[in-house]
Design a protein. Structure first.
Length: 608
C-alpha cells in the first residue's frame, strides 16, 4: 500500500526522501508528494502518476530545501488519484503536514465534526481529517496533540507528522500499519519498510501498535499512547544492499525468479541437522505434535495458494485434517476452532491486514498461531506465538515468486516433521523425503536453464484474451498460482479450475484456439488428466501441458509441452510453478507492460 519516508538530520532531506520512496515503489502507488521544513515554513510538492514526475518537478529534490521532511507514495482508497488527494496534507494554516498509510474507518463522522467546527476540506481523503484534528488539539505541545488524535481515530494508520513550530522534530505513530525507525550518524529516518532506508543505516527500531516516536537530529524518543517514555532496542538488518537492487536484471521479478534455488536452499538447509528436521522455533514438543487435532491455514493471494497446496501435502504426510481459509473470509465466517489445533498464518510481508486480524482472532479464541513470514520483525512475526521465517531476502516485485517458493519449502519441512513424529512417515520413507526435499534447489536451477522455449511460447500467446489452467490434486493448487501470475502482470483474463469440474460449466467457455494450460505432475492422476485434456482439445483448445520428464504419453494430446524433473509428488508444486512464473513474466514483457509494478496492485496489502 502507501509508502512513507521521513528524515531529519544534517543532509538535505528531499533527495533522501525521493531515494527512499523509489525503494518503496513496489508497494504500489498513483501519486507522490514531499513536505519539507526549511526552518520558517513547510513547503509541499505533489504530483499525480509515477515518482519520476515528482523528481522532475523538484530537480531530483535539489530545488526544495530543508533538512527535515516527509515523503509519501499514495495508493488511492478515498478519492481518485489526483494532486489534491495526494499526500502530504496540510491543516488550514499550513503549519502541520501529515502523511498516512492505512484507513481511518471513522473519518466520515470526524470529518463532519471538523466541518461543524469551521474546518474546510480540499481533498476527498480520510487522511486530511487527521491534519485538521491535529490542528484542533494542538496547544503548543505536539506530543499531546498526537496522543489525543490517536484516542479518537479508528482504523489503521502509520503517520509521519511535521509541525512548523518545531522545525527540529519529526513525529511518527502507528497502529496496524507498518512503520520502522532508522538511526544513523548523519540523521534519523522513518519508513514503511526496510529497503527505503537500507542505504543509510542497518540499525532500526520496530514500532509497536500505538507507540509514538519523536525524532530529532540528536536522537530518538519513544512514548506510549499516554505519553509515558518507553525504552526500545535496535535491530540490525542483515540484508546486503545489493539484495534490494536489480543486479543487472531487466526486472526485479526476473531476478527474484532466478534467486529461487538459493532462497529455497537457505530456507531448508538450517533446519536439517544430522539428517533430521529440527525446527527449534516451533516450540512444540513431540506430545504437542501428536495431540494436534486440526490445522487451519490462513493467507491471501499467493500465500493462500501455498495453503491450498499444503493442505494436500499435510493431510497426506501427517493425516491431520487441514482447513484453508482466505484471511478476508476467515475474519467474518465466525470460525469454529477446535481445542488442540493450530493456526498457520502465511504472509510474505508479515503486515497483511486481513491475515493479521485473523491471527488476533485465533489468539482470542485460545488457539496458538504459527506465523510463516519473510520479513524479520514484521507485525505478524512479533505477534504470532511462534514464527517460522522463510529466508527469501527482500522481494521487490509485486508478483511474488521466491517468497511463494520458500513458503512451500517451509510447509514441506513442517509436514515431514509432523508426519515422522506422528508415525505416519516410516523410517524407510523419511530419508527419501529428505533427499528429495534437499534436491529441489538444483532441480529448480535446472528448469531455469531451459527458459528459451517458454519465452518463445509466451511471445506467441501474448495477445491471448482468455487462458484456462487445469489440474487435479496439488496440480490444481499450482494452477491457481499460475493463473494468478499471468493475470496480475499481463492483464489477460485467466482462470484456474479443478479439471474434474470441467463438465460442471467450465467447458462451455472453450472455443477454437483458446489456450488451456494443463498441469500434470501426479502419476496417479495421469489418466484422469488425459481425459480432461482430450475434452477441451476436441472443442478447439490449444494445449500447453506441464508435466514430469518421462511422461511421453502427453505428446499424443498436448500441442506444446514443458517437462520438469521428477520428484516426490508432494514436492512437484515447487518445480511446476517455475515455468508458470516464467510464462507470466515473458507474456508481460512481450506486451511491454510494467512487470514489477502492475496496475492497481500493491506488494503489501495493509488495509482491507
Amino acid at each position: 500500500m502507501c509508502g512513507i519516508v521521513g528524515y531529519i538530520g544534517k543532509e538535505q532531506a528531499a533527495p533522501i526522501l525521493l531515494d527512499g520512496l523509489a525503494k518503496l515503489e513496489y508497494r504500489g502507488y498513483d501519486s507522490a508528494g514531499l513536505a519539507l521544513c526549511n526552518g520558517e515554513d513547510i513547503e509541499i510538492v505533489k504530483a499525480k502518476g509515477r515518482l519520476q514526475a515528482l523528481k522532475d518537478m523538484t530537480a531530483d529534490g535539489n530545488s526544495i530545501k530543508g533538512t527535515l521532511g516527509i515523503g509519501h507514495t499514495r495508493w488511492a482508497t478515498h478519492g481518485e488519484p489526483s494532486v489534491s488527494n495526494a499526500h502530504p496534507h496540510f491543516n488550514k494554516e499550513k503549519t502541520i503536514a501529515v502523511v498516512h498509510n492505512g484507513i481511518i474507518e471513522n473519518y466520515q463522522p470526524l470529518r463532519e465534526k471538523m466541518i461543524a467546527r469551521g474546518y474546510t476540506f480540499v481533498s476527498e481523503t480520510d487522511t486530511e481529517v487527521v491534519a485538521h484534528m491535529l490542528d484542533y488539539y494542538y496547544n503548543g505541545d505536539p506530543l499531546q496533540a498526537v496522543a489525543k488524535v490517536m484516542h479518537r481515530v479508528q482504523g489503521s494508520y502509520a503517520l509521519g507528522i511535521l509541525f512548523k513550530e518545531f522545525p527540529d522534530k519529526l513525529f511518527a505513530v502507528r497502529k496496524d500499519s507498518p512503520l520502522i525507525v532508522g538511526q544513523s550518524a548523519d540523521g534519523n529516518l522513518i519508513a514503511s519498510d526496510v529497503p527505503a532506508i537500507l542505504k543509510y543505516t542497518r540499525e532500526v527500531y520496530f514500532i509497536e501498535n500505538r507507540e509514538i516516536c519523536e525524532l530529532s537530529r540528536e536522537g530518538i524518543n519513544f512514548y506510549n499512547e499516554d505519553m509515558e517514555p518507553i525504552a526500545k532496542e535496535t535491530k540490525t538488518i542483515e540484508w546486503d544492499v545489493e539484495a534490494a537492487e536489480k543486479g543487472g536484471y531487466e526486472h526485479f521479478m526476473l531476478k527474484e525468479i532466478y534467486e529461487q534455488p538459493k532462497a529455497v536452499l537457505d530456507t531448508i538447509s538450517p533446519r536439517i541437522k544430522d539428517n533430521k528436521i529440527v525446527i527449534d522455533e516451533l516450540n512444540m514438543t513431540e506430545e504437542d505434535i501428536k495431540n494436534l487435532k486440526r490445522i487451519y491455514i490462513v493467507g491471501c493471494g499467493s500465500a493462500y495458494h501455498v495453503g491450498v497446496t499444503s493442505k494436500y501435502v499435510l493431510e497426506k504426510l501427517t493425516r491431520i485434517p487441514v482447513e484453508v481459509d482466505l484471511a478476508s473470509e476467515f475474519r467474518y465466517r465466525n470460525p469454529i476452532l477446535e481445542k488442540d489445533s493450530m493456526v498457520i498464518i502465511i504472509s510474505q510481508s508479515g503486515e497483511t491486514a486481513d491475515s493479521l486480524a485473523a491471527l488476533r482472532q485465533a489468539q482470542e479464541m485460545g488457539v496458538k498461531v504459527l506465523g510463516v513470514v519473510n520479513v524479520v520483525g514484521s507485525t505478524i512475526a512479533r505477534e504470532a506465538d511462534n514464527v517460522l521465517y522463510t529466508w527469501a531476502g527482500p522481494e521487490i516485485s509485486v508478483a511474488t515468486t521466491k517468497a511463494y517458493s520458500t513458503q512451500l519449502a517451509a510447509l514441506y519441512l513442517l509436514a515431514i516433521l509432523f508426519g515422522e513424529t506422528r508415525g505416519v512417515i516410516s523410517a524407510e520413507e523419511y530419508p527419501e523425503l529428505l533427499k528429495e526435499l534437499q534436491s529441489l534447489p538444483d532441480k529448480i536451477a535446472e528448469i531455469l536453464g531451459d527458459k528459451e522455449r517458454i519465452q518463445w511460447f509466451a511471445s506467441k500467446y501474448a495477445n491471448a484474451k482468455d487462458v484456462f489452467f487445469l489440474g487435479r490434486g496439488v496440480d490444481y493448487a499450482t494452477s491457481l498460482e499460475g493463473s494468478l501470475k499471468l493475470k496480475e502482470i499481463s492483464y489477460i483474463h485467466s482462470e484456474a479450475y479443478a479439471a474434474g469440474e470441467l463438465k460442471h460449466g467450465t467447458i462451455s467457455l472453450i472455443e477454437d484456439d483458446v489456450l488451456v494450460v494443463s498441469v500434470v505432475t501426479q502419476p496417479d492422476l495421469y489418466e484422469k488428466m488425459i481425459s480432461n485434456i482430450v475434452e477441451v482439445k476436441t472443442r478447439g483448445a490449444y494445449i500447453f501441458t506441464l508435466t514430469n520428464k518421462g511422461n511421453c504419453v502427453m505428446e499424443d494430446t498436448a500441442d506444446f509441452i514443458v517437462y520438469v524433473p521428477k520428484t516426490h509428488p508432494c514436492f512437484a508444486p515447487s518445480l511446476a510453478v517455475i515455468p508458470l512464473q516464467l510464462f507470466g513474466y515473458y507474456v508481460s514483457v512481450a506486451k511491454g507492460l510494467d512487470v514489477d509494478k502492475p496496475r492497481n496492485l500493491a506488494k503489501s496489502v495493509t488495509v482491507e
